[in-house]
Design a protein. Structure first.
Length: 157
């Protein structure tokens, strides 16, 4: 820890240290990727860091590069899905959720993301069908059950 972060004390110093570590990590990824552009794991790790710090547009671009290198790997598709959700790009969320589900039909997070996107787009019948998919995979999913219950109540069913 630097003198600057120590003198700030408490959470302020921790936030600054974390921000500095994130920027240092990004610089390290960028340097490594300049030398090894074909390193899918590094692109994925860079994307995860970017998503964690809220730079979702940049994260999507890094996920895209990782996916281009390893298209059948679930991890970068799942991360890309979450970054798209954070950006509220609902059409893209539906497309990416479908890709994730094609790789792993039991990936409940992708099924729920699809339901959530349909809800955001006011496509309630499709949302209900997607929630049924969530509950088929995870019958005790609180989020799935509660969202379906609220949707049914709102539509008077």
């Amino acid at each position: 820890m630097t003198h600057t972060t120590r003198t700030l004390g408490g959470s302020g110093g921790d936030v600054l240290a974390a921000a500095n570590q994130n920027e240092e990590a990004l610089r390290s990824f960028d340097e490594a990727l300049c030398q090894r552009d074909g390193d899918a794991a590094a692109w994925h790790a860079r994307a995860e860091l970017l998503r964690r710090i809220g730079r979702n547009v940049d994260a999507v671009a890094s996920y895209d590069r990782a996916i281009a290198l390893i298209p059948k790997s679930l991890a970068p598709h799942g991360g890309r899905l979450e970054a798209l959700r954070a950006l509220a790009r609902w059409d893209d969320v539906l497309a990416e959720a479908s890709k994730v589900i094609s790789l792993d039909p039991r990936y409940a997070g992708a099924l729920y993301a699809k339901a959530h996107a349909y809800l955001q787009m006011n496509r309630r019948e499709e949302a209900l069908a997607a929630l049924d998919g969530v509950l088929a995979v995870e019958p005790r999913s609180y989020d799935g059950l509660e969202t379906k219950r609220q949707l049914l109540l709102a539509s008077g069913m």
